[in-house]
Design a protein around this ligand. Structure first.
Ligand code: B12
Length: 228
């Protein structure tokens, strides 16, 4: 019987690691759309893990397990994601802000940006705000990407922007934010240059910030323009 994206999603949120991996492998062999498997299978499954954690049906052990089930599935799918044929649109430094240990989201954004031709430097997790700025200077970056998954870590996105302002460097870089608890409104409130809901839309956002054409989409937001 053929694998469905629904089965992958269910195996992920039910935390059946081996089954999820097997389904992804089989799905790839059978020609299931890798973007669909990623977005509506693995990522949707992880969102359900988060919802169950929020509803106190799952606890920290299950949250940890969710990450362990999702990561190998994403690794398997990544080489099958469609690459871009354009030249290099720009350079991005990206990582998770101070106090934030969520690696999967910014990892996926990095992968999609690389596939779209961007030069991407993954800086890591739980980074001091100055580290983003030091690396952006050192690597001559165009865009600083800040990933924050917790309400308690979002203020550190703000901190990076404040430091840039204090150092008279705010106009040198485009600053974008993302992660579960972020939103276009929060990005706008902290004077970021953009926000995106997911990795695919992060590419649209970065292309637009680099002055390239991007398709209209209602789930990303760039500086002065809200689309959708
Ligand atoms: C897996 C997971 C973990 C794993 C992470 C493992 C890993 N290697 O990353 C572990 C176990 C470490 C973890 C720990 C914690 N977690 Co957690 N976690 C999750 C979970 C279930 C999935 C996150 C994930 O990776 N999703 C997969 C990604 C790919 O999906 P995504 O969010 O759609 O990602 C896209 C966007 O966010 C965007 N994006 C991401 N980064 C960026 C950056 C830029 C620049 C842009 C433009 C876009 C962008 O693109 C991504 C790719 O498409 C979420 C639930 C959820 N709904 O997110 C909770 C969740 C984020 N965690 C939560 C909590 C509370 C915690 C803990 C505090 C739990 C605890 N009591 O210890 C700790 C905090 C650790 C820390 N200091 O960071 C809460 C946060 C709630 C809140 N209000 O702040 C959530 C929402 C669960 C919940 N419903 O309560 N967690």
């Amino acid at each position: 019987m053929s694998v469905t994206v629904e089965q992958i999603k269910d195996a992920v949120w039910q935390l059946h690691k081996e089954q999820a991996i097997e389904l992804v492998k089989q799905g790839l062999e059978e020609g299931l759309d890798p973007v669909d498997m990623l977005q509506n299978g693995v990522i949707r499954g992880l969102q359900i893990v988060g919802e169950k954690f929020g509803a106190k049906e799952y606890f920290l052990a299950e949250l940890v397990m969710g990450g362990k089930v999702g990561e190998p599935c994403i690794e398997l799918i990544t080489p099958h994601l469609p690459p871009s044929v354009e030249g290099k649109p720009g350079t991005v430094v990206i990582g998770a802000v101070t106090g934030d240990l969520h690696t999967i989201g910014y990892g996926l954004v990095s992968t999609q940006l690389e596939l779209a031709g961007f030069e991407v430097h993954k800086l890591g997790i739980d980074l001091p705000s100055m580290h983003f700025i030091d690396k952006a200077k050192e690597l001559n970056a165009d865009i600083i990407g800040l990933s924050a998954f917790l309400v308690t870590t979002i203020p550190y996105c703000n901190e990076v922007i404040s430091y840039l302002e204090d150092m008279n460097l705010r106009d040198e870089y485009k600053v974008i934010i993302g992660g579960t608890e972020t939103s276009a409104d929060k990005a706008e409130a902290m004077d970021a240059d953009g926000w995106a809901l997911n990795a695919v839309q992060s590419v649209q956002l970065c292309k637009r910030l680099m002055g390239k054409e991007a398709q209209a989409n209602d789930q990303w937001w760039a500086s002065d323009k809200r689309i959708g």
